[in-house]
Structures are given as C-alpha cells and as structure tokens.
Design a protein. Structure first.
Length: 509
C-alpha cells in the first residue's frame, strides 16, 4: 500500500478550476494546468489497505487502482502508467469524462471523503505522456486476418487497438470527418481538449490501425458488402438516436437536439467554422435534461454569450447524501455541481450587479439555473416561426405515476432550446441494421451473445449499440471484451482480456 496513515492524516483535495471570469472567455479545459501534481502523491497516499478493494468492482474496467495509487504515491510514474494501461486503453479520456463510479465504491468513502481516484488517474497519464512513457505497441507478427470496426468512439477505438495489437489488420470506419465519435464532436473542449484524442490516434496509426473517415456504413458502403470484404466486423456505432419531446411547438425554429447543437460548436474550435449556425449569443437558453449532456449544453451556451441559461429536469432534486436505498458501494444519485453550473451562478450574479465572489459557497439549485420536478407542456413561437418561450408545469410522482400539479403552470423566455434527454438506440435510418440483417433486443439495441457476437456470423457489437446509453468506462470495457470475442472467432483462442460480459451491469440499486 502507499502511506499506511495517509487516510488519517491527509484530507481530500481535488483539481483546482480556473476562475469563471477567465474560463468562459475560452474553450480550454476548466482546470488549472499542473495544479494536481503538487498534491497528487499525498492524495494517492490516502488509498488505504482495505483488504478487498471494492473500487475494482465499481469500475467495469477492473482498474488496478490500489496498485497505481501506490506507484503514484512513490512518484514512480512509469510503473503507475504501466498498471493504468494494463486495464484501460485511454485513461486520459476516462480521467476527464468519467463520473468515477470507482470513487463511489471506495472503502474509505464509507465514512470519509473517498480517494480522488479520478484525479490520480489523469495525473498519471498526463505525466506519462509528458515523460514519453506512452509509445506505440505494434504487434510482433500479423495474423493475416482483417477486421472492420464501425464507429470511432471509445468502444470502437478500444476494440480496434486491442485487435491491432493482437496482430489483425484493422480498419476503423467513421461517418464524420474526424475520428473520435462523440468524444470529438459531442464533448465540449472545455471538458476534454481534442489534442488528447489526436495523439491517441497517432499512436494507433503507428501501431497499424487504419482509419476511414467520412464513410457511413449503410449509406456509403453496403453493410453486406463490407462483411464479405473482412474476416470479422465490430459494430460500435453508439446509441445516437436522441429522445424527442413531442409537445406542441416542437417544430419551431430554435428547438434542437443536443447533438445538433454541440457538434457545430466543436467544429468552430476545430477551425472548420467561423461561427456556429446554432448559437446562444444574445439569447435566453433553456436546456431540457439534467444529465451530463445537458450540462455540456449549459457550458457551451455560456461561452457563446447567452443572456441566461435555465436547465430543466423532470425528476426531483437529488439529495447531497446517499439515500438508504442506494447503500455503499452502489453508485448513488447525488446532487452535483458541475463547472457549468458554477458558471451559471457566477454570471447570473454578475448580470444582477452583485459581487459574484461573495455569494454562498453552496448556492441553491435555482441560483445555478436548475429547475427540478417540471415538465414542458408546449413551446410558444413568434410570427416567423421562431421559438420565444417555453411553458412548463410542476410535476410529482403519485403511486408510481407522474402527475401535474394544477396551478403551477408558468412561462419562461427561450429563444434557444436544446433537448438533452438521452438516447433511445442505435441509428437504423442508414440501413446498417437492415443490410446486415441484425436482430434487436427488446430495448432496440443490437442483440448479442456471451462473446458479443450478433446473429450474423462474424459480426460483433460493442458499446452503446449493444448495451444502450452508458458511461465511457463501460464503452471501453465493452470494446476490450468484444475484441477478445473477435480474436477467439478468428484464431480459435485468445489471450486478450475481457473485463465484462454483455449482461453485466453497474453497481446500482
């Protein structure tokens, strides 16, 4: 273990964020560069000799957390990186984007603040890149087998890297103009700068992985023809069909899915566009959906110069402590304040002529622009067909049913509305499912067996396309596990790891 008394002598410290007034003027990551290294070794030393590290089970990747905590405490960064990469192809992605279910399962977290596992992880990998410890790992020999991977999100990239290193010739097909899937165009740069994706892609190219952009299987290439061209196919196309809100006024201009709004903003940062065709500048913005995608829309709207941003959530406000029905080590539904919500509070106070730095350290949800237990009834437009307002009503659960509360209707201004209510399944409009002849499960996901194989011989599925909307750690774990199934299909046996089964689920109640 690291420091045997670390959890007793050292308090929890997390990464320092840049001042709001500074960071809303740019699209760089919100954290102060280098702020973790002075504190991270002591933070890693808080990892206790708990005997049974439940953090292994909280993370679907099975990360060897106590081991790399120990190395980080001793500042043996090369060894820490080796242990980190033993279970995770892209720790710089998860260290920035994952909600850290491992921390919810930390034994120390039973009665103290958990170890800052996520911060330790990102510190190790950033140090590894800086020290030159992350290098290409090309295979020693080629198998002569070919694999096509459809989709270049975390599941597709993980499967491709594992299969390339196993000696197979792998080509990744991506319908967008750049590799990365939602990592590239769905995640704002202030959460993860795209340089992290770019250098991983260069590592994978050096290992032998081929990339084919602007190629959509089902439209540009017939799926059946692709199957005949390759020895195996991995479908990692994600669950990209957005959940809609069929209420009156949905057709008005200015009402968009989150994934219509976020990609153009990212394309501006890539240099493809000067100005996003969908912008919050000078507008009252309403974000419908209280999850991470909704928070991404909030932070994007701030940087585009919105007049105000309000986020709506149909569920009640979560508590700040674990509920009794969500005991340790399950992942609890807790009230959390993201960097975007901090920005909402700061900017709202500044616009009101108040000192934004003198408010309460823990503002209420209303001050963060969040409204809970409400449902949208309809949108209101002007004579040009542009949305101008949103009408909502308070709701509550009674006998397991959602009911409106009479007399609670109200109207809020909205010249831009983003729908961030999740996703319902993989895209079927492009013909991929039909051309392959794939069977779907009851939830509309691509069905698969214990080896991640579909009903079509030689065709496998990984990530959200088979699991449904999930976390980045589950996507990488699925990609790694599906790669083992493909490798065994091609060669009869496999030494690749498979951290999860298709039926595994998160530690949640």
């Amino acid at each position: 273990m690291a420091d045997p008394k670390g959890f007793l002598t050292t308090g929890r410290e997390v990464a320092e964020t840049r001042p709001v007034a500074e960071r809303v003027q740019d699209w760089n990551e919100v954290y102060v560069r280098g702020s973790l290294l002075p504190i991270i070794s002591k933070q890693a030393g808080r990892c206790m000799d708990c005997g049974i590290p439940f953090c292994h089970n909280g993370c679907p990747l099975g990360n060897l957390i106590p081991e790399w905590n120990d190395y980080a405490y001793r500042e043996d960064w090369a060894a820490a990186s080796e242990r980190l990469h033993a279970t995770n192809n892209f720790p710089e992605f998860t260290g920035r984007l994952c909600p850290a279910p491992c921390e919810s399962a930390c034994v120390l977290g039973i009665d103290q603040p958990a170890v800052t596992i996520k911060n330790v992880e990102v510190s190790i990998i950033d140090k590894a890149w800086g020290n030159g410890d992350v290098t290409p790992q090309p295979p020693e020999r080629l198998s002569g087998k070919t694999v096509a991977v459809i989709g270049s999100g975390p599941a597709g990239l993980a499967a491709a890297q594992q299969l390339t290193r196993a000696g197979h010739t792998v080509a990744v097909y991506e319908r967008a103009d750049r590799i990365g899937g939602l990592l590239r165009y769905g995640i704002p740069a202030f959460k993860m700068e795209k340089s992290h994706i770019n250098r991983r892609i260069e590592q994978m190219r050096a290992e032998g992985t081929k990339f084919r952009t602007e190629t959509e299987i089902g439209r540009d290439i017939d799926a059946a023809k692709l199957r005949r061209r390759y020895d195996a196919v991995v479908i990692a196309a994600g669950a990209t069909v957005s959940r809609d809100l069929p209420v009156p006024g949905r057709e008005l201009n200015g009402v968009h899915f989150a994934m219509e709004y976020l990609p153009p903003a990212n394309k501006v940062q890539e240099g493809d566009l000067t100005v996003s065709p969908i912008t919050a500048e000078g507008k009252h913005v309403v974000v419908i959906g209280g999850g991470d995608t909704g928070a991404d829309c909030v932070g994007t709207a701030h940087r585009q110069g919105a007049l105000s941003v309000t986020q709506l959530e149909i569920m009640p406000r979560p508590g700040e402590e674990r509920n009794t029905n969500q005991p340790w080590p399950t992942f609890p539904m807790l009230y959390k304040v993201t960097s975007a919500h901090e920005e909402t509070t700061y900017l709202a106070r500044r616009r009101a002529g108040l000192d934004p730095d003198e408010g309460p350290s823990r503002p209420g949800a209303d001050e963060e622009g969040r409204v809970y237990s409400v449902s949208t009834t309809h949108f209101e437009g002007d004579e040009n067909g542009d949305v101008q307002a949103l009408h909502l009503v308070e709701v509550e659960f009674k006998d397991g049913k959602l009911e409106q509360r009479p007399g609670t209707e109200r109207r809020i201004p909205a010249q831009l509305v983003t729908l961030a209510m999740g996703f319902t399944g993989t895209d079927q409009s492009n013909g991929l499912v039909q051309q392959f002849g794939l069977e779907l499960d009851g939830r509309g996901n691509v069905a698969r067996d214990a080896d991640f194989a579909t009903n079509v011989d030689g065709v496998f599925v990984a990530g959200d396309a088979g699991r449904g909307q999930s976390l980045i750690v589950w996507a990488i774990a699925e990609g790694r596990s599906a790669a083992r199934g493909v490798d065994r299909y091609l060669t009869g046996a496999s030494a690749l790891p498979a951290p999860i089964r298709p039926t595994d689920r998160a530690l949640m109640v």
